[in-house]
Design a protein around this ligand. Structure first.
Ligand code: HEM
Ligand code: HEM
Length: 333
């Protein structure tokens, strides 16, 4: 690789790595005051790539004149995926919560970004190989000259400035758009990846815990709690509603390290046992029994956690000695 292109590629690599890590974090963080920073770093690092595009185009044109069909195909596919990821992020910001050809901007965005990260590895490795065939090596020990420190500072400042001026509708600190707050009928029905709304989840419903089994009447007979809280979905929307039902601590659960809440669909999430007080097994939303798509007859309300923790159509609550974090950070189903 030519000498002058190394700082540029390192800057691109850094931005992509920061965008990927902060993107994954932005997906997981429920606390708005933390999310605010994560989303700012994410937006800035993603948009910062555009700042470097003019310089990269010059380098890429030179690369495209060199032989190596497979390498060039990978590079171009990678470029398209990065552009789709950035475009999807911007579409989410400016377009609000709506789908395009059946896909939400967040789905397009995250799908393209994950594929781009895979191809980024290929892009870097293929250039390393070429380097062995006579090009200069890609990643030699970087000497932190004053010029490079200046370039780094410029990229950080420029990216931050770009994020500040970027267009976008007002949204929550997590980046989600408000949908149907206070209007239960307007709450979207969305599931994590491959989960689907089950048929007749309410028919003959029972809730099994390690020591007891409840029917709906037994749950209704327990003291009821009301909570006004925000459901913030990683699909890019949020809604504030009043939920009512029984806290998990009212189910007489035995002691243990964690509680696992399981849906009739097999979808499950594990929580610290100490959260039993704040986790609500809700049967009503906005004073009405839950709709099928919203988890009828009983769903979890997990205040302060993103939507993928709010298990719907709950049929089992297990207690175990395994720590709560002993699970994939994001559900795989
Ligand atoms: C947004 C990120 C990036 C995009 C869209 C991108 C795209 C491209 C394209 C289209 C080419 C020309 C085709 C080719 O030679 O394969 C290229 C060349 C190249 N890329 Fe990237 N790239 C990115 C990031 C990186 C990174 C992070 C590295 C290394 C750490 C890198 C290293 C190189 C090298 C060494 C060349 C050859 C340049 C030359 O021949 O002088 N690229 N890139
Ligand atoms: C190639 C890697 C990525 C790039 C270049 C990228 C870029 C962007 C851009 C440009 C935006 C719009 C920011 C704004 O308008 O403020 C955005 C938003 C967002 N991205 Fe990414 N992203 C990447 C990966 C990811 C991943 C892997 C995730 C999650 C798993 C993710 C989650 C989000 C979220 C939640 C938003 C909405 C934030 C907001 O509304 O401001 N991103 N991304």
């Amino acid at each position: 690789m030519e000498r002058g292109t190394r700082p540029l590629n390192i800057a691109l690599l850094t931005l992509l790595v920061v965008a990927t890590i902060s993107g994954v974090l932005a997906f997981g963080v429920g606390n708005p005051s933390h999310a605010k920073w994560v989303v700012a770093v994410h937006g800035a690092s993603g948009l910062g790539l555009l700042l470097l595009a003019p310089a990269k185009i010059i380098v890429a044109r030179r690369g495209l004149r060199r032989p190596g069909r497979a390498r060039k195909m990978v590079s171009l596919t990678f470029t398209v995926l990065v552009l789709v990821a950035i475009g999807g992020g911007l579409l989410h910001a400016v377009g609000g919560w709506r789908s395009y050809l059946g896909l939400l901007p967040m789905q397009i965005h995250v799908g393209a970004a994950i594929a781009a990260v895979v191809l980024l590895a290929a892009h870097v490795v293929m250039h390393h190989r070429s380097a062995r065939r006579g090009w200069r090596p890609l990643l030699r020990g970087t000497d932190l000259s004053r010029r490079r420190a200046l370039l780094g500072t410029g990229v950080v400042a420029g990216s931050a400035a770009l994020w500040v001026v970027a267009p976008g509708l007002p949204r929550r600190e997590t980046g989600s758009h408000v949908v149907g707050s206070g209007d239960v009928a307007g709450v979207p029905v969305t599931q994590w990846m491959f989960d689907t709304v089950p048929r007749n989840a309410s028919k003959g419903w029972r809730l099994d815990t390690p020591d007891r089994s409840f029917d709906l009447a037994a749950i209704a007979a327990l003291p009821q709690t009301r909570v006004r809280t925000v459901l913030d979905c990683t699909g890019g929307w949020f809604t504030e509603q009043e939920w009512s039902g029984v806290p998990l601590s009212a189910l007489g659960l035995r002691q243990g390290a964690s509680i696992e809440v399981v849906s009739v669909t097999g979808y499950r999430r594990r929580f610290p046992r100490r959260d039993a007080e704040t986790l609500l097994l809700a049967t009503h939303c906005g004073g009405r029994p839950l709709a099928a798509g919203h988890g009828a007859p009983a769903r979890l309300v997990a205040p302060g956690r993103r939507g993928f923790w709010w298990v719907k159509w709950v049929t089992t609550v297990e207690v175990s000695d395994e720590p709560w974090w002993w699970q994939p950070p994001f559900p795989l189903q």
